[in-house]
Design a binder for this molecule. Structure first.
Ligand SMILES: Nc1ncnc2c1ncn2[C@@H]1O[C@H](COP(=O)(O)OP(=O)(O)O)[C@@H](O)[C@H]1O
Ligand SMILES: [Mg+2]
Length: 245
């Protein structure tokens, strides 16, 4: 595959949620290509469909209509087993709220996705330790999530996402629960993953994150829009810091 070819091809993607009598078109016909080896930042206000889009790309949810090809495979044609395999081999997913297992140590959390890998316990611990070192937390291997700062928990979550060496990293507002400097460190870590050859897609509503991006996409009300349309619309948006809760 050459560097210009897309890893992800999305056509006429729709996701509709029906809750009682109300219908939400979270994605209302999205077309986009994500090049292999890119660092794509997906911007959009709250409710614009960012998480929905990322979950569908990550095989965590099913689309309503349209298509998503990743590495030439159509996700919508996969059965549950194929989709589970796709999630395990192809995707590393990072959540805003870290989603670590609170009863497990940092090391155990990182090793957890290797449970179906066929490697024995010692090999899994060795791999998890190696990743702990890479994220600078080798001294925290036996700490549980509550004994780690938010930034440290997110680094553990990133290590966990890397443990099966996936080519695609998806991060949903990975800095949303962090202070500015921890958030910056997380973006630098994601940027290193990109430089080491992975394709990275990060969802955010923080415009400062676009400095890391090779490509920036804008989402408004379930549609991909141009930067100019996005800028025009954000002039009317009340910044979340000053809006009433
Ligand atoms: N599981 C769900 N059930 C019903 N509505 C949902 C669900 N997930 C998301 N939505 C709705 O879809 C829209 C897009 O949501 P989401 O993708 O979470 O936006 P964002 O991540 O950009 O804030 C919102 O209107 C949201 O309320
Ligand atoms: Mg979201």
């Amino acid at each position: 595959m050459n560097s210009a070819s897309p890893l992800i091809v999305i056509r006429q993607l729709r996701k509709t949620f029906v809750l009682g009598r109300s219908t939400v078109h979270a994605l209302a016909g999205v077309d986009l290509d994500i090049p292999v080896g890119s660092f794509t930042v997906l911007m959009g206000p709250s409710g614009s469909g960012k998480s929905t889009l990322l979950y569908l790309i990550g095989g965590l949810d099913r689309l309503t209509s349209g298509s998503i090809h990743v590495n030439g495979q159509a996700l919508e044609t996969m059965d549950e087993n194929a989709l589970a395999l796709y999630r395990r081999r192809t995707v590393g997913f990072i959540f805003q709220s870290f989603n670590l297992v609170s009863s497990m140590t940092a090391l155990e959390n990182i090793a957890f996705p290797m449970r179906f890998s066929g490697q024995n316990g010692a090999a899994r611990r060795k791999r998890a330790m190696e990743l702990l070192r890479q994220i600078g937390l080798e001294k925290r291997s036996h700490h549980r999530p509550t004994e780690l700062s938010g930034g440290q928990q997110q680094r553990v979550a990133i290590a966990r996402a890397l443990v099966n060496d996936p080519p695609l990293i998806l991060a949903d507002e990975p800095t949303g629960n962090l202070d500015t400097s921890s958030g910056y460190a997380i973006m630098q870590l994601l940027s290193e993953l990109h430089r080491s050859g992975r394709t990275v897609v990060v969802v955010t509503h923080d415009p400062r994150m676009t400095r890391f991006a090779t490509h920036t996409l804008y989402l408004l009300d379930g549609h991909i829009v141009s930067e100019a349309e996005y800028e025009a619309a954000s002039k009317f948006e009340i910044p979340s810091e000053v809006s009433p809760a």
